[in-house]
Design a protein around this ligand. Structure first.
Ligand code: SAH
Length: 342
């Protein structure tokens, strides 16, 4: 049986007409699916019981569900979602003032194997369908209103998985979140984060990608980066730099580099110099991320080294932010997301 959210608008239209209904019913169903974020046929209360029944007989409805929730002392909430095939993924809500940021996953597991990341240790299981990315938003949005009195204002594609290795579903989900037929959010409130998949970045550039792009750089030194991020082998730093230059030319946008500070690995004065030199090719913003403990030998940088690192970059007129870590007490912080059950 096909899933209702896995058919095209044309197929839906055809089904509706064959069921002896007026074509506008297809539009109503689409509205239920993507504008109202319905999770079942039963909710579609303006299409008639007969059509509801026929839909139920002909299609499955793969809706993710919240299976577990963990609330942090800092109000961050981590959700474990169960998918139709019983796989689990995680998403996180991070409130800050009036803002609520949702962090969504794009894959079950991840193939990147970054040495410092818990998801990386799971390995890759499967890609998420665009409706599964969409469901994370819908379900967490309801919770955001309930818990903080505000809906989600920002979405970051920074949960489990590598978005650019599931680019079709990721782009389709962004489309559904931003289009007027969907959730109508501004693309400027969305950020996609990649470990640096060159072909994917080129594709985004050619498409005139509207959301923000963040690249998890973590080191601008080829050997160091290769050691902590094996993706560097097939996506070398010089080629990455070239494609980011191209991205900037095409979109006019400034890319954000995420830089995780690891004690004794990438936090020396020399590392800062190499980073500054690497960034000379195009305008960037640096987000320094504090390392969140995982089952790995790494440790976060000493405060004194963090201070010096920032000072050096600022002396080179670079835009630097130090990101405070959120949700650490519930293992909801960057790099701590793993499947909770099989
Ligand atoms: N695959 C994508 C998105 C998921 S990871 C990417 O690599 O960008 C989201 C961010 O969390 C990345 O910058 C990642 O490098 C970072 N991260 C991973 N493990 C971490 C850890 N233990 N502490 C802090 N940040 C971590």
């Amino acid at each position: 049986m096909k899933d209702i959210r896995d058919i095209t608008s044309e197929e839906l239209q055809e089904f509706v007409v064959q069921a002896g209904e007026k074509p506008f019913r297809a539009k109503q169903i689409n509205e239920w699916l993507w504008k109202k974020g319905a999770g079942s046929f039963a909710e579609m209360n303006n299409i008639g019981k007969g059509l509801q029944e026929k839909l139920k007989e002909s299609f499955s409805f793969h809706r993710a569900s919240i299976e577990v929730e963990a609330k942090s002392g800092d109000q961050t909430v981590k959700f474990g979602f169960r998918l139709h095939d019983d796989k689990m993924i995680e998403g996180v809500l991070i409130p800050a003032g009036q803002r609520v940021t949702a962090c969504v996953s794009t894959q079950v597991g991840c193939a990147m194997h970054c040495a410092f990341c818990a998801t990386g240790q799971m390995g890759f299981i499967r890609n998420l369908h665009f409706s599964e990315i969409f469901d994370q938003f819908i379900l967490m949005n309801q919770k955001a209103v309930e818990y903080y009195g505000n809906p989600i204002s920002n979405i970051v594609y920074m949960g489990m998985g590598e978005p650019l290795l599931n680019i079709q579903n990721v782009l389709k989900s962004i489309d559904l979140l931003t289009s007027p037929e969907g959730q109508g959010l501004s693309p400027q409130r969305i950020t996609l984060s990649t470990a640096g998949i060159i072909e994917g970045i080129r594709k985004l550039a050619d498409l005139g990608f509207k959301p923000g792009l963040a690249v998890s750089l973590h080191s601008a030194d080829p050997l160091t980066r290769l050691r902590i991020m094996p993706v560097t082998k097939s996506n070398p730093l010089d080629k990455l730099q070239e494609v980011l230059k191209y991205y900037h030319q095409k979109t006019g946008e400034r890319v954000t580099f995420e830089y995780l500070l690891l004690n004794g690995i990438n936090d020396s004065q020399r590392d800062a110099e190499v980073l500054a030199a690497y960034c000379r090719a195009f305008p960037v913003k640096i987000n320094l991320i504090e390392f969140n403990a995982t089952d790995s030998p790494f440790q976060k940088s000493e405060p004194e080294n963090v201070r010096k690192f920032i000072q050096f970059l600022e002396s080179r007129n670079m835009v630097v932010n130090l990101r405070r870590s959120r949700g650490k007490d519930i293992a909801a912080a960057c790099g701590q997301l793993v499947k909770l059950a099989h």
